[in-house]
Design a protein around this ligand. Structure first.
Ligand SMILES: Cc1cc2nc3c(=O)[nH]c(=O)nc-3n(C[C@H](O)[C@H](O)[C@H](O)COP(=O)(O)OP(=O)(O)OC[C@H]3O[C@@H](n4cnc5c(N)ncnc54)[C@H](O)[C@@H]3O)c2cc1C
Length: 351
């Protein structure tokens, strides 16, 4: 991480918004130092990269990502932007130059490496937070259903509770998933047999050129913890869900059951990122890890949870390096003992 006068210089130059170039010395075109790489990166950004003055939201530099991940791990992001509107988001994307962009939801399925993220991190913490009142309709066979329009930055648990207020059924089991709607759409989050992809009607996304795209659910492919869009990357800003009308008391009862099952089986009092590995077909990653004798196994500050073997917990001072070493160790031992290669579910980013 940069500090002192160098940091100030970089910030000043990143904010100029003119064609001014950082005064690079000859021979620094292929920088070998961290500082050199950072300078080159700023140069690669579009010369009109002065978000601070152009957007209503906030721009921070060298923001420590551990503050934003449920694992409480992660080094600094070069540029951390908190847009406040679609317009802000479009300005950021249109002026990012060749700088890579990462989207941060609630950071509950994310491991950010210790040296942080080179590029721009866009956090939806301050925007895309509304849910529209459900629109009810009747199907040809007389069943009552409703469409809910929800923004990408809304918490999934809030959405599930909101739907329950109207007696809408179909997403009760998602109530305990701590992510955002955007993160859930991208990960096709699910629990106990329900995945968000099953109830989606459409998704609105801003692509990396800042253009708004709308995808019908038939345009998108949903797989286990993975959603594939027909084109490139983008930021999910809205989704429409189509839900069946049920009995409100029954919907609330089911949600309560899901929440208490989670608190009795998951290490919710310690920082973690949910399931580390995908469940292999017909089996559970937790069972394989436990039967390989790895429950409680530690690397540095990272340990396999005693409560649920598919969870890695941060015991206080874990680094991303500790977690990655532990992930690799689990994969090796489980493959040796059971013949199954566990596939990672969490997203690992940064350097
Ligand atoms: C205690 C615990 C329990 C969990 N239980 C479950 C479970 O039962 N089932 C399950 O599926 N998951 C579970 N998870 C994992 C996690 O909550 C989900 O994957 C969730 O959907 C991630 O959402 P997020 O907003 O936190 O995404 P993040 O962790 O912030 O990001 C995850 C990925 O999604 C991308 N992303 C996030 N928001 C957007 C957006 N708006 N547009 C485009 N890309 C975006 C990120 O770039 C990243 O690639 C659990 C996690 C924890 C900590």
């Amino acid at each position: 991480m940069l500090s002192g006068p160098w940091k100030q210089r970089l910030i000043r130059y990143a904010n100029t918004g003119t064609d001014q170039q950082f005064p690079m010395r000859d021979g620094l075109n292929s920088p070998r130092t961290i500082l050199g790489r950072k300078i080159l990166q700023r140069k690669n950004m579009n010369s009109s990269f002065s978000f601070q003055n152009k957007i209503k939201g906030e721009v921070r530099y060298n923001e420590i990502m551990s503050k934003y991940t449920s694992m409480r791990i992660g080094g600094p992001a070069d540029v951390f932007v908190l847009p406040e509107s679609l317009r802000d988001l479009q300005i950021i994307l249109k002026h990012r130059g060749s700088c890579p962009v990462w989207t941060l939801g609630e950071g509950t399925n994310l491991l950010v490496r210790d040296r942080g993220i080179r590029g721009i991190v866009v956090s939806l913490k301050n925007c895309f937070k509304s849910i529209k009142r459900p629109v009810f309709y009747k199907t040809p066979d007389g069943k009552e259903r409703a469409v809910i329009q929800v923004d990408g930055g809304v918490k999934l648990s809030y959405l599930a509770k909101y739907a329950a207020r109207y007696g809408l059924t179909g997403i009760e089991s998602l109530v305990g998933i701590p992510g955002s709607v955007g993160g859930a759409v991208v990960m096709n989050a699910g629990a106990e047999g329900t995945e968000i992809g099953q109830v989606l009607r459409s998704v609105k996304r801003v692509n990396l050129d800042g253009e708004v795209e709308i995808f019908d659910k038939d345009d998108i492919t949903f797989a286990y913890r993975k959603t594939t869009f027909p084109s490139g990357d983008g930021i999910v800003i809205e989704a429409e869900l189509d839900l069946e009308k049920g009995e409100a008391s029954e919907v609330h009862r089911k949600m309560g059951d899901h929440i208490s099952r989670r608190s009795s089986t998951q290490p919710l009092t310690m920082p973690n990122s949910g399931s580390i590995f995908k469940n292999p077909k017909g089996d559970s990653a937790g069972r394989l890890i436990e039967s390989s004798g790895l429950k409680g196994c530690s690397m540095g500050g990272a340990g396999v949870s005693i409560k649920h073997a598919n969870f890695i917990v941060n015991k206080g001072n874990a680094s991303a390096k500790d977690v990655i070493k532990l992930i690799e160790h689990i994969q090796t031992v489980v493959e040796e003992k059971t013949g199954t290669k566990l596939e990672q579910e969490i997203v690992i980013i940064g350097e």
